[in-house]
Design a protein around this ligand. Structure first.
Ligand code: PHE
Length: 372
């Protein structure tokens, strides 16, 4: 019940437009681009392990997105003062629970229940920018594997066992990238995640640009301890499905994944990678708004959320045009340009004016800011 994520708790910051997305499960629709990519990744891992005579990866694709702060942050060693914990970045249901901001939130619980090789796929939630590649809900795929005693005997040096894990991880993920993108150039870049070490990101050269595909690493010893698996060695990776699907299907705007327009949905077929044929692009409508920031902590994400709540998927982008500090009073003012555009029809001027009026009203009443 999506309603239950909105409550009177002082920590609660889940907006209605986000709550409405819970349970949509786009990743479980076989004829949806996200479902197609997900199944393709699953198939890759199952084929791989079959070839090696190893047991299959267990797939978890319907774990509820409400998780504890421990699962999402603490057990993954994300420090108490890390930005991702701020209510400006994460949706809190209450002080103890959040809408998961990554599928890594399930790593420790699944390891604790004895799982050794699994894939987790699900919707994840982050307060973020408004543009063609950002949406407060997106989907991730996580993979975890613990090495067997045969592969990396416990009597061996830990660093040697981790080396084996790291090699296995990289080989598997390079194979995945080739499976998805064909014979592209790729490179490994060093990365940092609190819950893996060493950590890395895989990038591929796509249409002349290096594109990040996934993050991964050897699971941190303390994460293993937190999961009651002290002394074992394994790897984890995580990737965003939208980013991959946008490239693989040539989908130009992240809002399209949520479209119920048959001109979108009828283009896709289970297990098939196709090129999306855009239907005509409708005209945009720009509206600027300028306001004095409220005295206490204001975050741009607060404005983004208000506009999303009012305009839903009719908002395409919000850009900061001007950031001003009054030289005498030190008062701060910001000007934003909001681009309204529908994916499937032309908006009327009256309609956009009406939306903008409501947004302006909420800037005063909800954000406690003063319009200029
Ligand atoms: N959870 C990380 C993210 O969302 C990705 C990741 C998963 C990195 C597993 C390392 C291991 O960015």
């Amino acid at each position: 019940n999506p309603g239950s994520v909105i409550n009177d708790d002082a920590y609660n910051n889940v907006s209605p437009s986000v709550a409405a997305k819970i349970g949509k499960d786009l990743h479980r629709c076989s004829a949806h681009p996200l479902g197609i990519i997900k199944e393709r990744i699953e198939l890759y891992f199952q084929k791989n392990t079959q070839a090696l005579g190893q047991p299959q990866f267990k797939v978890f694709d319907d774990l509820p997105p409400i998780v504890t702060v421990e699962q999402n942050f603490d057990e993954l060693l994300i420090p108490p003062d890390h930005v991702s914990r701020q209510p400006s970045d994460t949706y809190y249901v209450d002080a103890q629970r959040v809408l998961r901001c990554h599928t890594s939130a399930h790593q420790t619980s699944l390891l604790r229940q004895g799982e050794d090789r699994f894939l987790v796929c699900g919707d994840v939630y982050r307060r973020d920018e408004v543009d063609s590649t950002h949406y407060p809900v997106f989907h991730q795929m996580e993979g975890v594997r613990i090495l067997t005693e045969e592969e990396a005997p416990a009597r061996w040096d830990v660093s040697q066992r981790k080396e084996i894990a790291s090699k296995d991880l990289k080989r598997g993920l390079e194979g995945l990238a080739t499976n998805l993108f064909g014979n592209v150039e790729m490179r490994w870049v060093d990365a940092y995640f609190p819950f893996t070490t060493p950590s890395a990101e895989l990038e591929i050269l796509f249409r002349g640009k290096w594109m990040e595909v996934l993050g991964c690493g050897v699971i941190h010893d303390e994460v293993m301890d937190n999961a009651g698996r002290t002394g074992e060695v394994g790897w984890a990776f995580g990737l965003g499905l939208e980013r991959l699907a946008m490239v693989l299907f040539s989908i130009p705007d992240i809002r399209l994944f949520w479209s119920e327009d048959p001109r979108f949905s009828s283009q896709f077929e289970a297990k098939t990678l196709t090129t999306f044929q855009p239907y005509s692009k409708y005209p945009p409508c720009y509206k600027d708004v300028t306001f004095w920031l409220p005295e206490d902590n204001f975050h741009n994400n607060d404005l983004f959320e208000v506009v999303r709540d009012v305009a839903g998927d009719l908002v395409e982008e919000i850009r900061l045009l001007d950031d001003f500090i009054h030289p005498k009073t030190q008062r701060k003012s910001r000007c934003f340009r909001i681009t309204y555009r529908s994916m499937d029809r032309s908006l009327t001027n009256e309609e956009v004016d009406r939306l903008q009026e409501i947004v302006r009203g909420y800037i005063t009443s909800r954000l406690d800011a003063e319009l200029r």
